[in-house]
Structure formats: C-alpha cells, structure tokens
Design a protein around this ligand. Structure first.
Ligand SMILES: Cc1ncc(C[n+]2csc(CCOP(=O)(O)OP(=O)(O)O)c2C)c(N)n1
Ligand SMILES: CC(=O)[C@@H](O)[C@H](O)COP(=O)(O)O
Ligand SMILES: [Mg+2]
Length: 629
C-alpha cells in the first residue's frame, strides 16, 4: 500500500485526506520520526507529542499564507514532513542536511529559526500587528510548549496582544507537562491540575460528544467548550488568567484527538480575536519507551536502538559529568552554595546536587533572566549561588549579569556548559557570544578549563570569589584528557616550551590541546614554540604579555567570536603596552554557523592544529622576507 505521507507535499494535500488516511498518516509520521531520530539523534519526545496537533494545524490553516510559528522550534519535525520534506529526514541534523529547527532556506513554511525558547508569542504579536497595519487578513498561529510558557518573554507578549486593540493571534499551548523534567512554577501547577483532575476526562468526552455531532461544527464546538467549561470551570480551565488579559481560552482539548483539535482550531480561526487553544498532549506519544523515560521522555536523543531506547554509542564522560560530581563535593564543603537551573537540571549536571541537597537546588523554569537576578538576591542574602545554563542561553540574561550581579559586586558563579561551537543544534545554539559579552562586565572573573582537572580546580577557585561574578565555561562533548602543565607563570599554565622559543601559542579552554599540537608542529619545522593556557581569561594575567614580549609571533586559538575574544584582548593589550609583536588570532568570525558536527565546523573554520601551524609558518616566512628586503 502506497504511503499516505509520500502523497502529502503540502497542506492542500492534507485537506483532501479522509479520516482513515489521516489515521494512517499519523502512524507513518511516527514511524519516520522514530526511524530518523534513532539513526541521527534529535528531538524525539517533543515531536511524537505533536503529530495530531500538527496535522490538525495544517488542515485548518493555510500555511504559508497563514503563518505558523513554532516556539523553540525543536518540535517542528512533523511540520517539516507535512510541508514536503519527509524524504529529507535521512539527513536530519547532518551537515548540508535537514536542520533540526525551522529554516527559511528550507521552506517558506518556516518562520522562526531561533532555538531560544519563549519568543513565539512576541513574533506572533509582531506578525499580527504587521497584518493589521497592512490590512492583511491572513492568520497568525504560535505553538508554544508549557515549558516555553514559563519564560518571561511569553508574558510580555500576552500583556501586549490585547493592549491597544486585540489582534487576531491563535496561541496553541502544547501542554505535555514537561520541559525536560516536569515543568515547574505556579502556571505549570495550575495546568497540571487540569491533566490530573478526575473530571477532566468526562469533561473532555462531553466536549468531544458535543463537538462531533450536529450542524455547524465550529460554532457548536465553541459553545460546547464554553458550556462544559463553565460547568467545570474551577477545576478545568485557567481561562480567567487569559481572559482577563483579553485572550479567549479554548480547552482543554485532547491534543492527540485530531478531530477535536481541528474543531477547536477552526473555532479559534473564526473567532476574530486573540484565542488560546490549550492542547493536552503526551511527550513521546506512540513510543512507550519515550513516554516512560522519567529523565526527559527522550526530549533530546542520541542515536539509539529503537527496541530498547538505549543510546547506540555511549558517549564518553562529558564535561557535564565532571561538573556534576565536583559541584556535589563543593556543596558538601560549602553549605552556602546553592544551584539554580533554568529547566535543564540533567543537561547542566545539577541533578546529583539536587538529589543530595533537594532544598539547595532551584529550577526556575525556562527563565534565565529570573535565574540570574534571583541569584543576585540569594547572594545579597548570604548564599553563593551557582547558576548552570548553556552558554548561548546566558545571552538573554546579559543585563542581569551586568546590572543585577556585577554592579552590586555579588558573588554569583555561572557555569556555562556547551560553550564554543556546539554544532548539531544550529546557529542559535553555539556558545560563541558569551565570552565576548562577558568581557564587557566590570569586575567579572572568567575561566575556561582545558580538561577535567582544570574544571574542578577553576570551579573551586570561582566559588571562593564572593565580591564579583565568576564564570567557568566549557565545551559540549567528551571531556579532554588531562594535560598537565610543565610550569605556571602567574596564573598561566605553560604546557609546552622550547629553548629560544619564537612563537607563543595561546590556547583557550579545549583549544589548549590544539595549541600544544601547533607548537609541536612548528618545532618539527625547526621553529621553537611555547604553548600556554591562560586558565583565567578575564582578568588576563599580565604574564601573558611578559611572555608575548619574548616572542616574534603570538598565535591565539579559541572557538568563540573574534570580537571580544581572548585574541583581540591580547592584541589590544600588546598594543597598549607598546610591544612590537604581531598577534595572529584564530577564532570564529562573528557569523551564524549552519548546523554540522562540532569537529566538522572547526575544520571548516580553520581551527585545527594543521591549519594554524601552516598559517604561523607562512607569517614567519613573510617576516624573514621582509627582513631581507
Ligand atoms: C532560552 C532557552 N533556555 C533553554 C532552552 C533549552 N530547551 C530546549 S527545549 C526545552 C524544553 C521546552 O519545553 P516545552 O516548551 O514544554 O516544549 P516540549 O519539549 O515539552 O514540547 C528547553 C528548556 C532553550 N531552547 N531556550
Ligand atoms: C532544543 C534545545 O535547546 C535543547 O534540547 C538542545 O537541543 C539540547 O542540546 P544538547 O544536545 O547539547 O543538550
Ligand atoms: Mg512541554
């Protein structure tokens, strides 16, 4: 039997399918999701949870004329399958293959490429305003998860959607009760009451009954939802919270009942003002192993064996696991140390700390700005908070670091995982702006460990700083093997040194190993070189400049942005000191990097020992020629 999915190249095809074909389509989509994520890795749980919801969306709305915005974008695989890209899932998240997030370059159906959560309602408000100003009547739909709804931006948008006049925006809350772990916060508690309320099921079947019989389904649907909801209003729906802000609440709707979803979305589409459709879904729906996975319901899976759900290649212990263990040892010694996560307890490695000291680890939801400023409050109150986030997500809390922590000289330690080029998750996930931004923060101390031992060492140093923010940032992936220093000059570790050294190679974080490799390659070409790891990037130890003054060439290597990076800091310091030594900076030009594996990107950027050594030799030859002329 020909596959239904292969007959669907866009929403119009969906609208021609009958119920039986649509049921088969959902099954085929799930099969393709499991198969392609098992092979390539990716976001399995979130996408299995939105199969019926996405089919219903694309049957009720006319994408791309109607604009569908996916919050965070990690749950847009089904959207991609239904908009003509099903045959590309063999290359999901591979270099040159399908992105794991919406992509303008892939399709006009895709709008928001940023994988940072809680932005969709603001985009939707802006799109709706654009429609109003231009007199356009297409629809704007935002799909936002219960986790993303804990982000402050979402509430800024909700506050605006009906501020002046109420614009037509359809908000679909995909409520599966989870971020990675169960979603936290007052709103989440309220939404949870719905899913666990014994009267939810009877109400839902009553809604379904009323909605699927009788004429003019849309109006009946709308009245049905309201009539039944009024009957259960205290127990079932937080509509007061939204309707007080001018946003009609429709729900709760079974997000896996495609027909019920279509009825609710049709009612929302025809409503003529802002409407919120509250869909109740299950993360991982259709793959029991994912649903049963207590940790994160296979939110983000590595390639796995679909019969067991187990990862195929167990990644060696990563940086996160080193942090996970050391923070517990520190917490044992320091009762004032507390941990804060923004809905990423396991991914950032605070889980062991939380298991041992449940009262000293706080999950604030996807709310990095609140995480930072509440940490400032905790520091003011005598604690030493450790805020653990992915480097890229600290971008949105820069002002809080600057004005709420640093201005007040507060001892808050930031642990930035996934610093540098991460790769798979595309441009907005690379941790390559934090270092440049944080260079601007007066008094802030920033360290980049080169291996596990240095992570432990620098983390312990960081939590002793109680009069300024401190930062320890490290890469994604397996932790680098320990690289012992042969000397220490100030706070700078010397990793390799040659008599009569001509080239000073400065490696930042994991690039310290690359720096040693470069020094050895230069030596093999008859050019003595020294490799160092600054450890503390900010403030930069003057010892780096003393070393620079003894060399013909300084080479710096880092996998973060050039502007504000270590290389440009050294370049300016060399110039300020009046040293006559050229500095050759190897960093990431301020660009948005397409998705690919980290090492593939580093090679493409020339951030490899071979390429850097060759470049240095070329520079030295130029100097010699210049000397001869
Ligand atoms: C600002 C920000 N912080 C953290 C993350 C990491 N993250 C990606 S998806 C996710 C959970 C999202 O939960 P929800 O919105 O409920 O979507 P679901 O996966 O449940 O469908 C988190 C925390 C992010 N993408 N953006
Ligand atoms: C969508 C999102 O932000 C996260 O789920 C991210 O994909 C996780 O990345 P890691 O695989 O590096 O933990
Ligand atoms: Mg969720």
């Amino acid at each position: 039997m020909a596959s239904v999915l292969s007959s669907v190249s866009g929403p119009a095809d969906l609208r021609r399918l009958d119920d039986e074909s649509l049921t088969r389509l959902a099954a085929e989509v799930r099969e393709l999701l499991i198969e392609s994520v098992a092979a390539n890795g990716g976001h399995l749980g979130p996408n299995l949870g939105v199969v019926e919801l996405t089919i219903a969306l694309h049957r009720v709305f006319d994408s791309p004329n109607d604009k569908i915005v996916w919050d965070t974008g990690h749950q847009a695989y089904v959207h991609k399958m239904l908009t003509g890209r099903a045959d590309q899932f063999g290359d999901l998240r591979k270099e040159g293959g399908l992105s794991g997030y919406p992509s303008h370059a892939e399709s006009p159906h895709d709008w928001v490429e940023n994988s940072h959560a809680s932005t969709s309602l603001s985009y939707a408000d802006g799109l709706a305003r654009a429609n109003a100003v231009q007199g356009k009547d297409d629809h704007v739909v935002a799909v936002i998860g219960d986790g993303a709804l804990t982000g402050g931006m979402a509430w800024e948008a909700i506050n605006n959607i009906c501020a002046d006049n109420c614009r037509r925006v359809v908000i679909v809350v995909n409520d599966n009760g989870r971020s990675y772990t169960p979603t936290v916060g007052g709103l989440a508690n309220r939404l949870t009451q719905i899913r666990t309320n014994p009267r939810y099921e009877p109400a839902l079947s009553a809604i379904r009954e009323r909605m699927t019989t009788g004429p003019k389904v849309a109006e009946v649907a709308y009245e049905a939802l309201h009539a039944i909801k009024k009957g259960f209003k205290d127990a079932l729906a937080p509509q007061g919270m939204f309707e007080d802000l001018g946003i009609k609440y429709l729900g709760p709707v079974d997000g896996h009942d495609r027909r019920a979803m279509e009825q609710a979305l049709t009612a929302a589409r025809n409503f003529g003002g802002p409407v919120l459709v509250h869909a109740i879904t299950t993360k991982g729906q259709g793959y029991d192993i994912a649903v049963a996975n207590e940790n994160d319901q296979m939110h983000q899976a590595h390639p796995f064996d679909r019969s067991t759900g187990e990862a195929i290649s167990i990644a060696p212990a990563g940086w996160t696991s080193v942090f996970r263990d050391e923070i517990v040892r520190i917490a044992d010694d320091r009762p004032d140390v507390v941990g804060i996560t923004a809905a990423m307890l396991y991914p950032t490695g605070l889980d062991a700390f939380a298991d041992k000291f449940p009262d000293r680890v706080l999950d604030v939801g996807i709310a990095e700005q609140h995480a930072v400023t509440s940490a400032a409050g905790m520091a003011m109150g005598g604690l030493h908070p450790v805020v653990a986030v992915y480097a890229t997500f600290l971008n949105r809390a820069f002002d809080q670091v600057l004005m709420d922590v640093a201005l007040h000289r507060l001892g808050v330690t930031f642990v930035l995982d996934r610093a540098g080029v991460t790769g798979d998750d595309g441009a907005s996930h690379n941790g390559m702006w934090d270092l440049s931004l944080l260079q601007l923060v007066p008094g802030l101390h920033l360290a980049a460990p080169r291996d596990g031992s240095r992570l432990r060492e620098l983390l312990r140093e960081a939590v002793t700083i109680d009069d300024a923010p401190s930062v320890v940032r490290f890469a994604k992936g397996p932790v680098a093997p320990d690289l012992e220093a042969i000397d220490r000059v100030g706070t700078v570790d010397v990793l390799h040194r040659s008599e009569g050294s001509e080239v000073l190679v400065v490696g930042v974080g994991t690039m310290a190993a690359t720096a040693v490799d470069v020094a050895q390659r230069l030596e093999a070409e008859g050019v003595p070189a020294t490799a160092v790891d600054p450890r503390w990037i900010k403030p930069l130890d003057p010892a780096v400049l003393d070393l620079a003054a003894e060399h013909r060439l300084v080479v710096t290597i880092e996998d973060n942005g050039r502007q504000g990076g270590v290389g440009s800091t050294i370049l300016h310091a060399v110039s300020d000191r009046g040293l006559d030594v050229p500095v050759r900076i190897h960093a990431v030009e301020q660009e948005f990097l397409d998705h690919a594996k980290r090492d593939v990107i580093l090679k493409r950027l020339g951030l490899t020992a071979e390429s850097i050594a060759e470049d240095a030799l070329g520079r030295l030859r130029e100097f010699s020629e210049g000397d001869r002329r």
